[in-house]
Design a protein around this ligand. Sequence first.
Ligand code: SF4
Length: 358
Amino acid sequence: MYIYIHIPFCHNICSYCDFAKIYYNEKYINKYLDALKKEIQLKYKNEIVKTIYIGGGTPTSLNIDDLEKLLKITEVFNKDKKIEFTIESNVELSLDKIKLLKKYNVNRISLGVQSFNNKILKILNRTHNENDIIKCINLLKENDFNNINIDLIYAVTNDINIVKEDIKKALNLNVNHISCYSLIIENNTMLKINNYQNIDEDIEYEMYKYIENMLEKNNFIHYEISNYSKAGFESIHNKNYWLNNSYYAFGLGAVSYLNNIRITNTRNINKYINNDYETSRIKENKKMQMENEIMLGLRMLKGINLNTFYLKYNKKLEDVFKIDDLLKDKILIKENDHIKVDKKYIYLLNEILIRLIN
Ligand code: SF4
């Protein structure tokens, strides 16, 4: 089984953020952790756990005692020996917190770097700078954290030189996983309210190709639209989402997928701390499950395993979705029992999915 835990607190709110988050507030934290513990006790059935992913928010914004309380909560899980245990963090991560994470066997850190460029960081309303990033990575490595992801955001402005510089600096950090997301201006974010505009689409595509080329030249494997890793360092936790398999998700706004039921938790902190956890439970029918399988699975460069699809749904993928024309156009490729999007076109996945599903 795979576990996601959401910690919604942040000291600072980023201009692009539409996640379930609230300003750091001491008054809520203890109650939140108590409610979280109770939610886990209520729902977790002692399955063996292959991954834990603590995301947010900023889980490491908790003070050291609260962070320890959170990590202690995770001791209830029946952990596989080879567990991948990830926590998200900002780069303002202190040595005592790093040591605490080590003590509780966290073995993967995902850092919100976003950019090295001050102008971009300011637009995104991030409070760190390039020195903080380098200092944090060094501190993690000195304390034996070698499985590190950094998140980057591109397409914030039309200036491709900033992206080139960011990629060069990211490579210099010598980490083994990089996630690169293009900026999306979501509703109810500061960017949207301030009427911030998307950049030119052709420049955005040029940036995407530049990132892919540079990372591949430096031994990163492009394994999912936005994700690159060194061999053997793909995110096991995220791959489980793209394989459309089950997972628990605990915490504010978290969404679980269990026995084909999508369970959505409330984004209202007052309800959550009063143990009123869920807002909906939707049982997905076979059609919905198969559509999710294809929408998520084609995000991976390796594509979808046709045998697994048949075993799961008792139907052949090619009998459910309109793949013939896309195969003829060489947009989809059938290879080694998999169906995948040709790498040249994966950037256009949304358009491809429309052709497949409608
Ligand atoms: S740190 Fe993450 S969750 Fe918090 S405001 Fe920024 S993007 Fe949102």
